[in-house]
Structure formats: structure tokens, C-alpha cells
Design a protein around this ligand. Structure first.
Ligand code: ADP
Ligand code: MG
Length: 270
């Protein structure tokens, strides 16, 4: 479904002197990965390793310096506006910070129906049907219809992230990029949201690119994982294999740096 082929990304840095070549920062170097339909793929790396840069490139929000990204065979950076709009509806994103990603002045009803209005050509619906769909989306993420008329500040962090997930699901996407979706949440709430994401993936047959700095988080949701170190993939394989028998020092470091998770909070032990 998604193919990342030899993607590199450099950012220009400030010039040191007046002369000489402009230095660049290699945010990503020759990154390749492929994600099959229905698969949940984890991308794990320490802060600054290039994870969000890759997510922006996959979402066609930024162009790579080299390489390409295809979604269902189409090069996402070569698409013209109509085709790009179509791909944008089919691939959605949930960011780390639900405080920043939800408009504080909008009611939940409008937050959830806005994508349906934007993509009204694909989702011709009456206002009444959109409201019903908003309630259905809330129930999909474990919230009730009484929340439709509230504003984001009236919710906890975990509830807000549920609303961001519901919004991402509004246009029935096939593919979700989850960029540190639980990193801003308390550990106990993290487990609940991970559980929800795992559940939604199974129920809706979604494909995930799940980004985290924490291998333990990704382990709960992902079949396969790639480890990113300073913009390069240094290890990739089935999550359990990387978890149980890490082959690189970096994987061991990522594992050692992790707090031992409380088994009572694990989504699989409840
Ligand atoms: P991560 O999400 O893994 O923490 P990022 O992808 O945000 O990492 O950043 C990777 C590297 O690229 C960092 O060194 C960051 O400072 C740099 N970087 C990211 N975006 C930009 C940008 N727009 N301009 C310049 N440097 C950037
Ligand atoms: Mg990031």
C-alpha cells in the first residue's frame, strides 16, 4: 500500500563564513520501507532521528530531496491537485499534541463534520446525516453523543486524543500516520488509547504507520518495526524479534532506556 523508496531529506543550515558551500543537515538518508494493506508498521527512534520529517514526506506535506513515496502505486509528490486531494482523504494523520491539533474555538460536532464538508464531493450528505456520522465517530472512539456540543478545553488529554482520532476517521481513510499519538498522555491513559488504536485497526482493517520514540509503545500495536538512527534505518524486522533479540547496539539502547512497563496497565492484560 505504501512504499518509501530511497528517501533522503536535507535541510540547509546557516552558512559559517561568507564563502564556501552552504552546510546541510541530513535529516533522512536513503530510507526505504514498505507497508502492506492491513499492516501496522512501527517507526521508532530517539528524538531528532527524523521520524516526523518522514511522516511529513509520506503525507506529501514536504518533498524529499531524493527518492520517492508511492501510495497504492501513485507517486504522492507527483500528484496534481484533484488526485492529491483524493489521496489526502485516504491517508490521515494523528499528531502527538491534541491541544494543538484541535481548534479550541470549534465544537466537537464541527471538528468532526468539517472533513466531511471539505470532502463533500466524495461524501454527499445532508447536515442531519453529518451530525449522525459525528455521533457515530464519537461512539467508535468510546465517547457519547452528549460530547458533540462541547469545546476541546472541556476534555481531558486522553479524550481529546480520542476526538483527534475520530476526526481522522471521518472520511473513512485506509491509512493512518500516527506521529507519537500517546506521547503527551499519562501512562495509564496511554494504555487505553493504544488499546483503542489496536482495536480500531482490527475492526476497520486500517493500515498504520505508527511513530514513537518508545519501542514498548509500538510493541502493543505493530507487527513490524524499523529503527531510525540519525535519519537512517539501522534495523528492521518483526516487532517481537527486535524486542527479544535486538541485533544492533541502538536497539539495545532504546530498550534499556525504557522504563519497565507496568503489566497491569498493558492493554493486553485487562
Ligand atoms: P523526530 O520527529 O524524530 O524527533 P524530526 O524529523 O522532527 O525528528 O527532526 C529530524 C532532524 O531534522 C532534527 O535535527 C531537526 O532539527 C531537523 N529538522 C526538522 N525539520 C526541520 C526544518 N523544517 N528545518 C530545518 N531542520 C529541520
Ligand atoms: Mg517528531
Amino acid at each position: 500500500m505504501l512504499n518509501v523508496e530511497g528517501v533522503s531529506k536535507t535541510y540547509p543550515l546557516a552558512r559559517q563564513g561568507v564563502l564556501g558551500p552552504r552546510p546541510v543537515l541530513d535529516a533522512l538518508t536513503d530510507v526505504s520501507l514498505s507497508i502492506a494493506r492491513g499492516e501496522s508498521f512501527g517507526l521508532v527512534g530517539e528524538s531528532g532521528s527524523g521520524k516526523s520529517t518522514l511522516s511529513r514526506i509520506v503525507l506529501a506535506l514536504e518533498k524529499p530531496t531524493a527518492g520517492r513515496v508511492t501510495f497504492d502505486g501513485a507517486d504522492v509528490h507527483a500528484l496534481r491537485s484533484a488526485a492529491l486531494r483524493d489521496v489526502r482523504a485516504r491517508m490521515q494523520v494523528v499528531f502527538q499534541d491534541p491541544y494543538a491539533s484541535l481548534n479550541p474555538r470549534m465544537r466537537v460536532h464541527d471538528i468532526l463534520t468539517e472533513p466531511l464538508v471539505i470532502h463533500a464531493d466524495r461524501f454527499p450528505m445532508t447536515a442531519r446525516a453529518r451530525t449522525d456520522r459525528a455521533a457515530e465517530l464519537l461512539s467508535l472512539v468510546g465517547l457519547g453523543p452528549q460530547h458533540l456540543h462541547r469545546h476541546p478545553h472541556e476534555f481531558s488529554g486522553g479524550q481529546r486524543q480520542r476526538i483527534a482520532i475520530a476526526r481522522a476517521l471521518a472520511c473513512e481513510p485506509q491509512f493512518l500516520v500516527l506521529d507519537e499519538p500517546t506521547s503527551a498522555l499519562d501512562v495509564s491513559v496511554q494504555a487505553q488509547v493504544l488499546n483503542l488504536l489496536h482495536d480500531l485497526q482490527q475492526r476497520l482493517g486500517l493500515t498504520y504507520l505508527f511513530i514513537s520514540h518508545d519501542l514498548a509503545v509500538v510493541r502493543h500495536v505493530c507487527d513490524r518495526v524499523a529503527l531510525l538512527l540519525r535519519g537512517r534505518i539501522v534495523e528492521t524486522g518483526p516487532t517481537e524479534q527486535v524486542w527479544n533479540a535486538p541485533s544492533s547496539d541502538y536497539a539495545r539502547m532504546l530498550l534499556d532506556a525504557m522504563p519497565v512497563p507496568d503489566p497491569d496497565l498493558s492493554p493486553f492484560n485487562r
